[in-house]
Design a binder for this molecule. Structure first.
Ligand code: XMP
Length: 521
């Protein structure tokens, strides 16, 4: 295992991704992690970049024990500066913030072959990506310069005895052309980690782990939504403990067209998962009556969900003799990282259903088999577990569902219009081969009426807005806008107007995120 200590850089997650792509397991922990409290012994440590300057009053610092752990260390950008300051070198502010490409010249050291290992196999000038306002002005004692750029004389340094390395550029971004080769040199060549982390080994290990936690008689309950994460978590749980896993799907009345029946077919009939559908659609819609404020809608749906799920869980528990001990949640690694970051939970994280009451009242313990994985790893896991491609590549769908896509008051009739339009939209997207390249697409129903003409008659009906975005992390997103895509949109528009009663106009949302969000509410 490689330990990555996070100083809050926007690229820290990427370091973790890159190392795992090399088949080496790694964990990202906040830079405030105490070495004495670590639950594993790392074979190497990486110090990330940071938005801070080492001379800031509140600059994040690592536990000095990091430098006495006796394992190789790679400091990236701020990580290099932190290591340099700690070990007696100096760092100064650059005259100009350097951001963008730079050419790196690597120096060889035949007398110290070990420090040449970082650039093993890389020769000549290397294109690297810089993003910094400070830089090293004097290397710490014992450090040798192993590479420089025109403006950074200490672009890469190494300590021959301690096996500490520091680089000013970012190897984790794709703009650094040989970045992955450099990271490989560090984790495999220098730290001597084995490239043995793979999804296959994860499945076996995780099933074993679940079995040993739950025991031969214990039971687990969990909510499923038809989304990728909860479906993969449910499948894994089913593989581990079979019918002792109880899945519950709460019908909140604002799901996609035929969603409950589809999930029942997929998870229940096809995968053999013990699933119960709890139809609470009337209750949700009753509580949403007259509510137009988006935040209020979210709260009502979130709270009602908890209430319904808790009641169902208590029922299932009673039916099987009070043996439910665990609550399954499909928490992913980015959520875990977010909640343990040294800066505290950030406001950008999406709202999760908080079933805290269950944990307290029924004394359930949490079980989170996906908490070490990134989204694309969850998809890979889903494939290994035999989930249909359709499910593995499904676009995300928000917990409050169509309620936040029917702008204004949510009624059964309005939900039905949005649902039918969305279904046509997704059908055409799939038929025309756009589904995989789009990150998320949906139809929203606007609370306005427009004039139109159909046959010889004037119409006065509602407007559907189509949204389609491409994004890596859903924090920022671009709209889909190719010429071929507009041809597809035209077809969607004509089908919706012809097939969905109550709609006479379709518009396409061309706002990127930020400043717009992906959802309208
Ligand atoms: P926004 O609208 O914030 O959406 O740009 C970013 C991503 O999060 C999804 N989203 C939600 N997911 N519960 C969820 O489970 C929610 O309340 C929620 N709100 C937004 C949204 O669909 C997009 O993928």
């Amino acid at each position: 295992t490689v330990l990555i200590l996070d100083f809050g850089s926007q690229y820290s997650h990427l370091i973790t991704r890159r190392i795992r792509e090399l088949g080496v397991y790694c964990e990202l922990l906040p830079c405030t992690q105490k070495m004495a409290d670590l639950h594993f012994k790392p074979k190497g440590i990486i110090l990330s970049g940071s938005p801070y300057s080492v001379y800031d009053k509140d600059a994040p610092r690592v536990d000095p024990a990091v430098f006495d752990a006796g394992v190789p260390i790679l400091g990236i950008c701020y990580g290099l500066q932190e290591m340099t300051t700690h070990m007696g070198g100096s760092v100064v502010a650059c005259d100009h913030r350097e951001y963008g490409h730079a050419m790196l010249t690597v120096a060889k050291h035949p007398d110290h072959p070990f420090i040449d290992k970082l650039f093993d196999g890389l020769s000549g000038d290397i294109q690297v990506w810089m993003s910094h306002g400070d830089q090293v002005s004097a290397a710490a004692p014992g450090f040798t310069v192993i590479a420089n750029t025109r403006t950074a004389p200490f672009a890469a340094v190494a300590h021959n005895e301690k096996h500490f390395f520091g680089i000013q550029f970012h190897p984790e971004v794709t703009h650094t052309v040989d970045g992955q080769a450099l990271l490989k040199n560090f984790v495999i060549g220098i730290c001597e980690c084995a490239a043995s982390w793979s999804m296959d080994s994860f499945v076996d290990k995780e099933i074993e782990r679940i079995r040993s936690i739950v025991g031969p008689n214990g039971r687990v309950i969990g909510a499923v939504s038809g989304g990728v994460d909860s479906s993969v978590a449910a499948k894994l749980m089913h593989e581990a403990i079979g019918d002792r896993f109880h899945a519950i799907l709460v019908d909140n009345g604002v799901m996609r067209l035929n969603e409950c029946a589809n999930v029942k077919k997929m998870l229940g009939e096809k995968m053999g998962i013990n699933i119960k559908i709890s139809d609470a659609s009337d209750l949700f819609l009753e509580r949403l009556k007259g509510v137009t404020d988006p935040e209020k809608k979210r709260k009502i749906i979130g709270n009602t969900f908890i209430e319904v799920f808790e009641a169902e869980a208590a029922l299932v528990d009673k039916e099987c003799g009070g043996n439910i001990e665990y609550l399954l949640q499909g928490t992913l690694y980015p959520d875990v990282i977010e909640s343990i970051s040294f800066k505290g939970p950030s406001a950008t994280i999406k709202t999760h259903h908080n079933v805290g009451g269950l944990l307290e009242d029924m004394k359930l313990k949490l079980i989170e088999p996906l908490r070490e994985l990134f989204k694309d790893e969850v998809r890979a896991l889903g494939k290994i577990l035999g989930l249909d491609d359709e499910l593995v590549w499904r676009h995300p769908f928000p917990g409050p569902g169509i309620a936040i896509r029917v702008l204004g008051e949510v009624t059964k009739e309005q939900v039905e219009i949005a649902r039918l339009a969305d279904n046509i939209y997704i059908e055409e997207i799939k038929k025309n081969g756009f589904y995989r390249q789009i990150s998320q697409a949906y139809a929203a129903l606007l609370p306005v009426k427009a004039v139109g003409v159909m046959g010889d008659k004037r119409t006065y009906e509602q407007v559907i807005a189509l949204r389609a975005v491409e994004t890596k992390d859903f924090m920022t997103a671009d709209i889909c806008a190719s010429a071929e895509w507009f041809v597809c949109l035209k077809r969607v528009s004509s089908r919706i107007i012809n097939e969905v009663k109550g709609v006479n106009r379709v518009v396409y949302d061309i706002s990127s995120k930020p400043p717009a969000t992906i959802e309208w509410e």
